[in-house]
Design a protein around this ligand. Structure first.
Ligand code: SAM
Length: 247
């Protein structure tokens, strides 16, 4: 068996331990056997978000229902930083971009929220999850963020636990710069970043956010960023201070 690091990585939804046989679905079988042209004996890397990353051998190269056998663990499972992204869905391609980047940037949970000015309320969660799986496969991640169904803003805020800091990206830009604000939080603080839709937050929503005890209002600088840019900028800033970028 080739002990070098496999180039192909696949997320699979099955337990991983030495000798475990993993039946692949039609899409994954097609990808490995028809697209990548792997033959029996080829070795790839697999992960499931629970058991770390494993070398797995293609033991049956069936074009529609291939089988892998897990051989040995390459990396142990590491938990993701306790950082969530709460965002108001925007246009389809930009929402795809947001969830993909949330995964690459090591976000643990993605939570769509429907605010007053949200225009794109219909979300295809399967499609968004497929984007995140692809992102995790290509970036070397070992987990795919949890993806919630969309919640109304009021419900989200009413149920918000005081133990998770809600980093409110406020386009009014009167709050402290985000880098200064998050520097006051200890590394590892449970946190969530909140990004509004194209139309921003309504005055009532902004008022409720400012009045909530778990909220930390922040500014992302003097320019108004598009929601997708704001999400990436805020995730990067938060991860560099609170998350695992220092490791
Ligand atoms: N239409 C709004 C306006 O003109 O005020 C802008 C909304 S902006 C396109 C979308 C979201 O990105 C905002 O709700 C906010 O969460 C975030 N955002 C954009 N620029 C920001 C900034 N400079 N500081 C803080 N948050 C920002």
């Amino acid at each position: 068996m080739n002990e070098t690091e496999p180039k192909i990585r696949l997320y699979i939804d099955a337990p991983l331990r030495e000798g475990a046989e993993i039946g692949l679905d039609r899409g994954q079988s097609n990808y490995l056997v028809n697209v990548m042209r792997l033959e029996a004996g080829a070795v790839i890397a697999v992960f499931n978000g629970r058991d770390g990353e494993w070398r797995a051998e293609l033991t049956d190269a069936h074009r529609k229902a291939a089988t892998l056998t897990a051989r040995d663990q390459m990396r142990r499972q590491e938990p993701l930083p306790d950082l969530h992204l709460v965002f108001a869905p925007i246009k389809k391609a930009r929402t795809d971009f947001i969830v993909e980047k949330a995964c690459e940037l090591g976000c643990a949970r993605v939570r769509p929220v429907i605010t007053r000015y949200t225009q794109s309320e219909r979300l295809n969660l399967d499609r968004l999850r497929a984007h995140m799986i692809e992102a995790a496969e290509q970036c070397g991640g070992m987990s795919v963020p949890e993806l919630d169904t969309a919640q109304p803003f009021g419900t989200l805020l009413a149920g918000w636990s005081g133990e998770r800091t809600l980093i409110f990206c406020d386009e009014a830009r009167t709050a402290a710069p985000m880098s200064d604000a998050v520097a006051t939080l200890p590394r590892g603080t449970p946190a969530a970043i909140l990004i509004g839709p194209e139309g921003g937050f309504s005055p009532e929503e902004a008022e409720r956010l400012h009045g909530h005890p778990a909220t930390l209002p922040v500014s992302l600088g003097p320019r108004i960023l598009r929601a997708d840019t704001a999400a990436v900028a805020a995730l990067a800033l938060a991860q560099s201070v609170l998350g695992d970028w220092g490791t």
